[in-house]
Design a protein around this ligand. Structure first.
Ligand SMILES: Nc1ncnc2c1ncn2[C@@H]1O[C@H](COP(=O)(O)OP(=O)(O)OP(=O)(O)O)[C@@H](O)[C@H]1O
Ligand SMILES: [Zn+2]
Length: 488
């Protein structure tokens, strides 16, 4: 069975082959931190979280890097409105990001580089572009000379000739930048400092980087010259990813990424949900309205990841119903395992020891291997969950079932394992209450053990401790300042 993925670059579904056997280098363009994350971000983060989990499930070692854009006009505007600083605004929303993603069960990235921490790499890249004739300084700014890069447009399929200057939203003749460019299609790599704005010293004078160059620099610094997967929302194909390719490939002469994957947009009344349009529902608002985070995950995973997804209350209600069915199946073992004499006392009901049902695992893989067809994967989970629910009803009404206990155990373990690949997990209420008794010191101790494991790059153990705490009703929130926790 081979995984095939749709590659925006080639506009084809292709077999997935990594640069280094067994290893995947993956970069996801993360958020610009000037507001709370909305359901569009939730979709993107869930989709890439599950892609990563699935790649791990089928045996790859995945190195996952996600950036924070923490220098941007929009952050500056917010700082001005709040009489605060760009740094303070960015810190606040990075912290909020981690809180929201922890609630959604998103696995942490291996690294979260930020533009402000990548100034050397950014300047080095601009310098190399200048040396190779792809960039020119202009009045304290530096621009990328788009026409120098013969392959410009290869990702988005746009041709410069077809993009009418003056009509494109990139070409605004009122923009003071327009005057500084040799060609309207050129874009800023470095912008001269304006009075009162944060600025970094550079060979071109004090200023700050453009948005596109930061990702090129971060990919190169953290993952190298050619990575396997570059991911992001479809709204980034042009110009952001096109420009990343132009910048990186002009310097290295190598492909920046072999696979360009893009998630579809969450839409509201036909329009992209976005911070700048103001038509958004934040993740925290939705979850505070008692929508289960797992229902939100299911809402996302029940749609093909590349297609647009309409956000409506009805769709969330349908996903919530679906989640209740899955949850019943996921709790089956906790509810009836003892009665059915499954590996009593193991706590995990012997998940590690007994094999899964190969036909379901195969069908699950077959679905997802087809360009991450998560809805297909979810339908395999539903089949298992409904069967277990039926068995549960029989046990409740008749006190027993004729289906062999071992068979049921396998079904349940298969369901739990495959659901975990999609990040769908259920905690039995009783277990949460029983284990609520963890003392603060015990929690701190486990957090320390987790930190030690992560330091030793044993991320699996780190995740295990996080999950153990989660199962005991303790949520961890990682932030650049360290790990905080709260009881749920
Ligand atoms: N509505 C959406 N649906 C799916 N993905 C989205 C949506 N909006 C943003 N993303 C993705 O989330 C990531 C971060 O996006 P970003 O911070 O630019 O959010 P945004 O709401 O588009 O902000 P802005 O309106 O300021 O551009 C990107 O990969 C982007 O493609
Ligand atoms: Zn990017």
């Amino acid at each position: 069975m081979t995984l095939t993925v749709y590659n925006t670059l080639t506009r084809r579904q292709e077999p997935f082959k990594t640069v280094e056997p067994g290893k995947v280098k993956m970069y996801y363009c993360g958020v610009t931190v000037y507001d709370y994350c909305h359901l569009g971000h939730a979709r993107a983060c869930i989709v890439w979280d599950v892609v990563r989990r699935y790649l791990q499930f089928i045996g790859y070692e995945v190195r996952y890097v996600q950036n924070f854009t923490d220098v941007d006009d929009k952050i500056l505007n917010r700082a001005r409105q709040e009489h605060s600083s760009m740094e303070a605004v960015a810190e606040r929303f990075i912290k909020a990001y981690f809180e929201d993603m922890a609630r959604l069960g998103i696995k942490e990235a291996d690294e979260y580089p930020r533009a402000t921490h990548t100034m050397n790499g950014i300047q080095r890249l601009i310098h190399e572009l200048e040396n190779k004739g792809f960039a020119y300084p202009s009045d304290g700014d530096v621009y990328y000379a788009v026409r120098q890069f013969g392959e410009y447009g290869k990702l988005s399929g746009r041709k410069l000739e077809d993009m009418q200057a003056g009509k494109s939203d990139r070409v605004n003749i009122e923009d003071p930048e327009y005057q500084k460019k040799k060609d309207p299609f050129d874009f800023a790599l470095w912008k001269a400092a304006k009075p009162g704005e944060p600025a970094w010293e550079s060979p071109w004078g004090a200023g700050r980087p453009g948005w596109h160059i930061e990702c090129s620099a971060m990919v190169r610094d953290r993952l190298g010259e050619t990575i396997d997967i570059h991911a992001g929302g479809a709204d980034l194909i042009f110009p952001h990813h096109e420009n990343e390719i132009a910048q990186s490939e002009a310097v290295t002469g190598k492909p920046l990424a072999n696979y360009w994957l893009h998630n579809g947009m969450v839409k509201v009344d036909g329009e992209k949900m976005s911070k700048s349009l103001g038509n958004f529902t934040t993740i925290r608002d939705l979850l505070d309205r008692n929508v289960d985070p797992m229902a939100l995950r299911l809402f996302v995973l029940m749609a093909q990841y590349r297609k647009p997804l309409d956000f409506t209350d009805d769709a969330i209600a349908a996903a919530t119903n679906g989640w209740h069915t899955l949850k019943e199946g996921l709790l089956f073992g906790h509810q009836y395992g003892k009665q059915l004499n499954w590996g009593v006392g193991s706590g995990e009901w012997g998940v590690e020891n007994t094999s899964l049902l190969p036909e379901f695992v195969e069908r699950f893989q077959e679905a997802i291997n087809d360009d991450f067809n998560f809805p297909g994967g979810v339908s395999v989970l539903f089949e298992l969950a409904k069967e277990l629910r039926r068995e549960g009803n029989i046990i409740v009404h008749e006190g027993k079932t004729d289906t062999p206990a071992e068979e049921l155990q396998k079904q349940w373990q298969t369901l739990v394992t495959l659901a975990e690949v999609l990040g769908l997990t259920a905690q039995p209420e009783a277990e949460t209450t029983v284990n609520d008794g963890l003392s603060d010191a015990e929690i701190e101790d486990l957090i320390q053990q987790r930190q030690a494991a992560r330091k030793a790059r044993n991320f699996a153990e780190g995740d295990r401790i996080r999950n153990e705490l989660q199962a005991k009703g303790v949520t961890l929130i990682d932030s650049p300042e360290g790990t905080r926790w709260h009881r749920s």
